[in-house]
Design a protein around this ligand. Sequence first.
Ligand code: SF4
Length: 268
Amino acid sequence: MGCTKVSPACDGCYAEALMDKRYGKVQWGNAPRVRTGAHTWHDPFRWQRQADKDGDRPFVFCASLADIFDNQVPADWRADAFEVMRKTPRLVYLLLTKRPQNIVKLTDAAGGLPVNAALGTTVEDQKRADTNLPALAVAKTELHPLFTFGSFEPLLGLVIVPPAFMPDWVITGGETDQGGHKARPSHPAWFRSLRDQARAAGAAYHHKQNGEWLPFDFDDLSSEELESVEIQGKIGGFADQPMMRIGKKRSGRMLDGITHDAFPEVPA
Ligand code: SF4
């Protein structure tokens, strides 16, 4: 548990809202990281036994209260985590990081990448696409993960991915409120663009959620509604369609009436 904010996607860090601000278990920023208890470290063995019974390969999002490639995490904790992964080979571990430039070095120091690990990075805007995706591509070449993935969430602008750097799996999503942090809008046109780029590149596409906002037409709103909702216009070049805060439940997770739920294929 614990981390330091490194990019705009971190502004609404869920783990900080939960473990620092709400429960006070760890201090965010340049402070010691906290190791979770034995029970948590034992969970994967239970999931492995269940997966053995079911004959499937569940995906496990690793270190959801931290960044697995944060260089302030003690190196032996990462080595221990990789050892757990090796001992639970049915589980497919998703290692998501906002520090993809650290992947190769820290993985080598932890004894190499487990064969059941996938590598991913967060890409919330074009700047992060230009830095994080090439770093992920280097890690793919060096470490041969099960697959690579890009988490385009919270999507904060239009992102164009050079085909050479397209990950195997594209996940998009809008931001949701976290504690005192109010979600920023993500325009559906940004999701559509990534959906189409993923399709053209043969990547699997998963759309997680639209977030708290959706576009609207002024003509569709009553005057009471207009007074009661929060509106933002001129979002990232899509000025014709202002965005309205309607809440994550109402905005749902469909894109143009379709649920996108694709997962990458993994060996049985
Ligand atoms: S890298 Fe992840 S865990 Fe760390 S501050 Fe950013 S959002 Fe939070």
